[in-house]
Ligand binder design. Structure first.
Ligand SMILES: [Zn+2]
Length: 349
């Protein structure tokens, strides 16, 4: 029998399945201590939970087994396979079985490397493609963003087109951590389907609400400290590394570019965060063009400090992973009427 043929009318089932997980639990009953096993089994058609009162010690997760004389019962609204002393569990050494993939559907703010494959839905933006050669064949790699009502994260796809502005349901995307943020990738086994739906892309949150790295979030904040060493830095034009000596160790003959580096603390009444911002966020705020940076070298710190410190802003930020939690990378800053935010903060207290 296949797992998708099982219903709660069948009594004794014979199955050939892969053991996907085995967990053990000890319980105290009126008859003393006893042990049971539980986990997931799967075949080509489905994945199902099981409970076993006896389980051969030689069997490990990943093994293919034949299960004879098991029972099926509904538990919490879902079917479950039960194995007791009458059940035979026979190891099939060397055999393999393809298991139907089932992935948890998550919001983009909840993806984590603890769940390496997930299903997500969202709109694709800022996609670019480039050619890639693998074993003499040419592929296109697409990279850009996917966004839903909770976050915007980087996504890349090897050979499978993703189009800007389209909303997809993506099942079995791989999760990775890159550059202190979460990232998704689409591979051969990922299902992609266009799935039009209404999504609110505003993503206005309070600092307290954000528990995981998340991209392109709008927060209303006061800047409560401004870092003393904020100012102008040099970066390598090739690798973008900040250069304390003025020369990149990896690209000593390449050009350098000037950037702004600022660090400050923000408070929105629900939480306090460390933030960093570069020229894209800061220059429009202080009204200086990029090619004017050298001209303002001596006064830029004072300009930034005066403009930022103690004032209220709407910021679009990425919450990124830091040694001790999360911090902010600021994408853009716009001025905010301070009275509104002050009232919010008083209510928050
Ligand atoms: Zn470099």
């Amino acid at each position: 029998m296949k797992l998708d043929e099982i219903d709660n009318k069948v009594n004794a089932v014979d199955l050939k399945v892969k053991i996907l997980s085995i967990d053990k639990r000890e319980i105290n009953t009126s008859r003393g201590e006893s042990v049971y096993y539980y986990g997931l089994i799967g075949d080509e058609t489905s994945v199902m939970a099981y409970t076993a009162w006896e389980f051969p010690g030689v069997i490990k997760a990943g093994d293919v087994v034949e299960i004879k004389y098991a029972r099926v019962k509904e538990y919490n609204g879902r079917l479950r396979v039960y194995m007791d002393s009458k059940t035979e569990i026979i190891l099939k050494p060397g055999e393999n079985l393809d298991v139907k993939n089932t992935y948890k559907e998550v919001k983009l703010q909840d993806i984590s490397t603890k769940t390496p494959f997930v299903s997500v839905s969202g709109m694709i933006s800022a996609i670019t493609s480039r050619e890639y050669n693998k074993e003499g064949r040419k592929f296109l790699i697409y990279s850009g963003f996917i966004e839903d009502d909770t976050s915007r994260v980087r996504i890349s796809s090897f050979g499978r087109p993703l189009e800007n502005g389209k909303i997809y349901s993506i099942k079995g995307a791989r999760v990775a951590e890159f550059n202190k943020q979460m990232e998704l990738s689409v591979g051969d086994k990922t299902d992609i389907e266009e799935s039009p739906q209404d999504i609110n892309f505003e993503r206005n949150f309070k600092i307290f609400d954000i528990k995981n790295p998340a991209g392109s979030i709008n927060i209303d904040v006061f800047v409560i400290t401004f870092g003393l060493k904020s100012g102008i830095i040099k970066r390598c034009e090739i690798c973008n590394k900040p250069l304390s000596t003025g020369v990149c160790a990896d690209h000593p003959n390449e050009k350098t570019v000037l950037d702004i580096f600022t660090y400050f603390t923000v408070d929105d009444g629900t939480g306090i965060m460390q933030a960093i911002a570069g020229k894209n966020a800061i220059l429009p705020l202080i009204g200086i063009e990029e090619d004017e940076i050298p001209k303002y070298a001596n006064e830029i710190y004072d300009k930034m400090n005066e403009k930022l410190y103690g004032h209220a802003f709407k910021m679009n930020v990425d919450f990124v992973i830091n040694e001790d939690g999360l911090s902010l990378r600021v994408n853009s800053i716009s001025e905010l009427d301070e009275t509104g935010l002050k009232n919010d903060m008083v209510e928050g207290v």
